[in-house]
Ligand binder design. Structure first.
Ligand SMILES: [Mn+2]
Length: 433
């Protein structure tokens, strides 16, 4: 059976290739409008374990946001460790590389590293510094071996970068973007020096690349300080055979480059993601190049449904549509109800609940839009109905400011807020570490 794992490239059989699976943004422990998602995550991890075994991959790459919160629950942690134990036991050659995302605690994710290394699993959360304050680039390079036990792929394992993690660059442009670019450039230089002939180089990143497509109004994907963190995909040199990105939940190539990709999240994180194809990316490297890139779509346990599917409608018509919802056998879909109101209708949620009593649906939320008061409607649609949990601290501050003063928060205040927020979160990280 083993010969089946070798792929034929241009008529020649290679047996020193290496195959990886790229995934990201698991957000283990996420609750969806109060609903527990453990079963959805379990289904994904079971599927992933089977794919790893069947496709005989040599490495699993997780590009950040393993957990939804920095202090994950016992259930989420158990699921994570059980998975790592299972796949590394079932596949004695499997290597795993995990980097921290902005939702993860960098220090906490790295803490069990000594144990995980015994299971051929490397975690990079914190960017370590050498004695002189230089970045420890060697620590960010992980060697990945092919089936023959030879190093075939050099992996630049870069976690989500916070201020202080990347080199300081004097620039008129964006200090974050330039700093991140410099880190990748210097890391690539170091990796290139180590590279032996026929070895490929890959990069991992948890960041928002310029030009990447995010779900409209999707707060769950936005970074901690909105808008500032766009990194140009040029940061990923052509010398890098494949760049495995995390953070954006929609699977996509970046700037049309086949080998710079977001794998996307395995399950939808918001109603904005209901039409996404969720999955992972399988990449085969040979002779220093990514020779095959294939998307594997993962199964869906619970589907998402909006009523109406388009713009909000009046209560009568929405209730009628709800009454006409087909019966569902199996898992109840998550349901979003969008209603257009002319005045507050406090009884509406109860009416919805009554209509749904005998129906197998999970009511996630009712989004109310007011027809008369456009300003208020916009506010509700755009901000508060998204839920505080899905918004970044800056977005919360901005919306409070707008509510109080009826004007946008001035740039000056926005900058001050970001400064305070960054220093507060850096301090928190230190305390955790
Ligand atoms: Mn993220």
């Amino acid at each position: 059976m083993l010969f089946l794992s070798f792929i034929i490239l241009g008529g020649r059989i290679t047996n020193n290739m290496i195959r990886i699976l790229h995934t990201a943004d698991w957000h283990l422990g996420q609750t969806f409008f109060g609903y527990d998602r453990t079963e959805e995550h379990k289904l994904f991890l079971d599927w992933l374990a089977k794919e790893i075994h069947e496709k005989q991959v040599e490495a699993l790459i997780v590009a950040g946001d393993v957990f939804d919160v920095s202090n994950p629950s016992a259930t989420s942690q158990r699921m994570y460790y059980q998975f790592i134990y299972r796949v590394t036991t079932e596949n004695p050659n499997l290597q795993i590389v995990i980097v921290a995302g902005n939702h993860d605690s960098a220090a906490r994710l790295e803490a069990p590293l000594p144990l995980l290394q015994a299971m051929r699993t490397e975690v990079r959360g914190v960017v370590r510094k050498l004695e002189g304050g230089e970045i420890d680039y060697d620590h960010l390079i992980v060697d990945l071996k092919n089936r023959q036990g030879e190093v075939e792929l050099l992996c630049m394992a870069v976690p989500f970068l916070r201020q202080g993690d990347y080199p300081v660059v004097q620039t008129d442009g964006n200090a974050y973007a330039e700093g991140v670019r410099k880190l990748y450039t210097q890391l690539l230089q170091r990796t290139w020096e180590r590279r032996k002939e026929s070895q490929a180089i890959m990069a991992i990143g948890h960041l928002q690349a310029t030009g990447s497509e995010i779900a409209e109004k999707d707060y769950s994907e936005r970074t901690v300080i909105g808008g500032l963190e766009c990194v140009s995909p040029d940061a990923f040199s052509e010398q890098i055979a494949y760049t495995a990105l995390g953070h954006i939940h929609k699977a996509q190539r970046v700037s049309g480059r086949e080998n710079v990709r977001y794998s996307g999240s395995p399950i939808p994180m918001s109603f904005a993601e209901k039409y996404y194809h969720h999955g992972v990316v399988m990449v085969t490297f040979d002779d220093g190049c990514a020779v095959e890139i294939e998307r594997l779509e993962c199964p869906k346990l619970i589907s998402l449904l909006s009523v109406p599917n388009g713009e909000a409608e009046l209560p009568e018509s929405v209730l009628k549509m709800l009454r006409e919802l087909p019966e569902v056998n199996g898992e109840a879909p998550y349901l979003e109800v969008k209603v257009l109101l002319e005045e507050p209708e406090p009884m509406f949620p109860q009416q919805v609940a009554e209509v749904l009593t005998d129906k197998n649906y999970r009511l996630a939320r009712i989004v109310s839009t007011y027809r008369r008061d456009e300003r208020k409607a916009d506010e509700e649609r755009n901000v508060w109905n998204k839920g505080l949990l899905e918004m970044s601290p800056l977005q919360i501050a901005q919306s409070v400011f707008e509510k109080s003063y009826q004007v946008e928060m001035p740039d000056e205040l926005t900058e001050l807020f970001q400064e305070v927020y960054m220093s507060a979160t850096c301090k928190q990280e230190e305390e955790e570490g």
